[in-house]
Write a protein that binds this ligand. Structure first.
Ligand SMILES: [Zn+2]
Length: 253
């Protein structure tokens, strides 16, 4: 029986240059999403007296899995959840999952989506909302969707990424988007340069400049905000999406 999400907290831990490690806390337990490095994740968990219940891995890039081995030394029983199709590139898996799977994590149902594009085996994890619960659903989308942007196409095609974003686009509007990098400012500068008349993008850019000046993270975002201001999510055709991806790949701020 699934629990209600009452004491639900997801903390951002900025690490390296622009990675965000998300730490989902329920009472004394924690789930860490894409630990790039062991420190400072381990120290943060210990300082808050938390037990590391599980690690969620969205894809195999080292700035997402690099801290897993070290964390397992301190918490050897930790569940490591990752793609069944990527057993070679994502080691230490204890629960290997595929598109459409639903698992119970800390008592809550978590849906697994395959979102190809950035890599061929990239997964997103969707934490559903419940009736009678005012808290928003959450999507851990790794390097697929960013605030104001989307991941680069290292392995997949434009068509695959376009489909992945379309799928994310069907989630509830209040879904909180927990992406793995703080790229928001650069993404919105690019979008504003391309569409200087777009008021929603301009307003968000101004807000994000202030947030970053204050030393704060701009994440999580929401699907609603992305639908208003993310050109990739707003693309109405594959052709439009491909143009945008190509344009952003060659843009220098
Ligand atoms: Zn990546």
């Amino acid at each position: 029986m699934a629990k209600q999400r009452n004491d639900f907290m997801i903390h951002p831990l900025p690490v390296l240059e622009d990675n965000i490690v998300w730490i989902w806390v329920e009472e004394n337990n924690a789930v860490v999403v894409d630990p790039s490095i062991t420190e400072p994740v381990e120290s943060w968990l210990k300082a808050n007296n938390l037990f590391l219940k599980a690690i969620l891995q969205t894809h195999h890039h080292f700035d997402h899995i690099g801290g897993t081995e070290g964390l397992l030394k301190s918490w050897p029983g930790t569940e490591v959840i990752a793609s069944k199709d990527d057993l070679n590139r994502i080691p230490f898996q204890t629960t290997s999952v595929s598109d459409g799977d639903e698992i119970l994590l800390m008592g809550f149902p978590l849906q697994v989506f395959q979102v190809k594009g950035h890599t061929n085996t990239h997964l997103a994890y969707f934490l559903k909302d419940h009736q009678n619960n005012s808290k928003s659903p959450a999507l851990f989308c790794g390097d697929t969707l960013f605030a104001g942007g989307c991941g680069r196409l290292f392995e997949g095609s434009s068509a695959e990424m376009y489909l992945s974003l379309k799928r994310i686009n069907t989630l509830p509007l209040n879904t909180q988007i927990f992406c793995a990098h703080e790229y928001t400012l650069s993404n919105l500068r690019w979008a504003n340069e391309l569409f200087p008349e777009d008021i929603a993008i301009k307003k968000r850019l101004q807000k994000v400049i202030k947030t970053r000046e204050d030393g704060l993270t701009t994440l999580p975002s929401t699907l609603h905000l992305e639908q208003m201001t993310n050109l990739f999510l707003r693309a109405r055709s594959l052709k439009e999406f491909s143009f945008l991806r190509h344009h952003k790949d060659h843009w220098t701020s």
